[in-house]
Write a protein that binds this ligand. Structure first.
Ligand code: MG
Length: 376
């Protein structure tokens, strides 16, 4: 299943208040659009449909993510159609279509839609209507409606791409959503479990609701990393990207930067992404002698792509010699540069093992690191 994810963000969305469209407004430190993009990024290739006036804003909001930006049309349906044509030219087989204003979307709503597409023509999340329904005129109840069998529709709505594209090509009215386009074309749509938290930001009050929901979803992750490299003959070691003169060198397949390896493994650990060996196998000759910052940058990139910021790094180097203290500031600066992080979030310290064990006998250097990642 090759999934394209179309995020419809071409509306002007001024009902939500403010003088810029709601998708570009900030919500607890990130824009609504950025939050939505980050939430859906793990599930397929992103296509963002924007108003032609918003292309510069979209370029800023998609930095660091792989996103194809497409111009929207005169109404929602035309915007979706532009996105579908772009998805088709990318060779996608399936498509999820999502409202940019539903930025509190979570995996427990997205995954069932994708799972259902394995056997269903189309699938979309919804919640049964539980409130009683009335009709009213001038603030007076004029009648009641049976709520049985009624649902409140949400997104992402999932389809086989070519089937939906055909339905869009023949649709000639402004449908409320893609399920309406699909059902009009005879496509059967499976209802999956929606969520009360999957709100569509519409009014100014919705921003406050969304902040409460997002704060409840805050994800804090902790990872640890441990590494050891033995000494061999040489005249310097590389620790945290800094060359330190020494009467031995560290032995390893790469540059043997034991400190940077421990930090990298702590980040992979927090992401449940295994360790350096999984991403850069030692059996692969292209990593022989490699600068370890390649590994560290890779782990940092995965974290950022998944919407995490690095809370802090704490690294302890364990050795009798060389002395780390005189180099700690320079090491911190170098690590901060590589990770694009403020230096005050990186702690680099050292200890001896009181001449005990392999580090005490100066047979090698050990390193232990902790990393925290935060997604809010
Ligand atoms: Mg290592």
């Amino acid at each position: 299943m090759d999934i394209a994810i179309i995020i419809v963000a071409a509306g002007r969305g001024l009902r939500a208040g403010g003088d810029i469209p709601k998708q570009w407004r900030e919500l607890d430190g990130k824009t609504v659009a950025r939050r939505t993009l980050e939430a859906l990024n793990p599930y397929g290739s992103l296509i963002l449909v924007v108003h032609p006036d918003d292309e510069a804003t979209a370029a800023c909001e998609t930095v660091g993510l792989q996103v194809l930006t497409v111009s929207g049309g005169s109404d929602r349906r035309q915007s979706v159609k532009n996105g579908l044509e772009a998805a088709a030219s990318q060779g996608a087989t399936h498509v999820l279509i999502h409202d940019v204003a539903r930025c509190c979307i979570t995996p427990d709503v997205i995954q069932p839609v994708i799972d259902a597409l394995a056997s269903a023509q189309a699938a979309a999340p919804a919640l049964p209507v539980t409130d009683a329904l009335w009709t009213g005129i001038d603030n007076r109840v004029s009648g009641t409606k049976d709520r049985n069998g009624l649902y409140r529709a949400q997104t992402p709505q999932g389809f086989h791409l070519q089937t939906l594209l055909s339905a869009h090509r023949t649709c000639d009215y402004a449908a409320a959503d893609d399920v309406e386009v699909a059902t009009a074309a005879g496509i059967s749509v499976t209802i999956t479990q929606g969520s009360e938290n999957n709100i569509k930001i519409t009014t100014p009050e919705d921003f406050a609701r969304a902040i409460n929901i997002l704060r409840g979803q805050m994800d804090v992750r902790l990872g640890n990393g441990y590494d050891v490299h033995a000494f061999e003959e040489g005249d310097h070691v590389i620790l945290c990207g800094i060359e330190i003169p020494h009467d031995r060198a560290l032995k390893g397949h790469s540059d043997a930067d034991v400190g940077m390896h421990a930090v990298t493994d702590a980040l992979y650990g927090a992401l449940a992404e295994g360790d350096i060996g999984r991403h850069f196998p030692p059996s692969d000759p292209q990593w022989k002698g490699a600068a370890s910052e390649i590994f560290l940058k890779h782990a940092v990139d995965i974290a950022r792509q998944r919407g995490y910021t690095i809370g802090n790094i704490d690294l302890t180097l364990i050795c009798e010699r060389p002395k780390i203290g005189p180099h700690a500031t320079e090491m911190t600066q170098r690590m901060a540069e590589i990770m694009a992080l403020e230096p005050n979030r990186i702690s680099i310290k050292a200890t001896t093992s009181e001449r005990l064990g392999f580090t005490g006998r100066e047979e090698g250097i050990a390193a232990i690191a902790t990393a925290t990642l935060v997604r809010s």
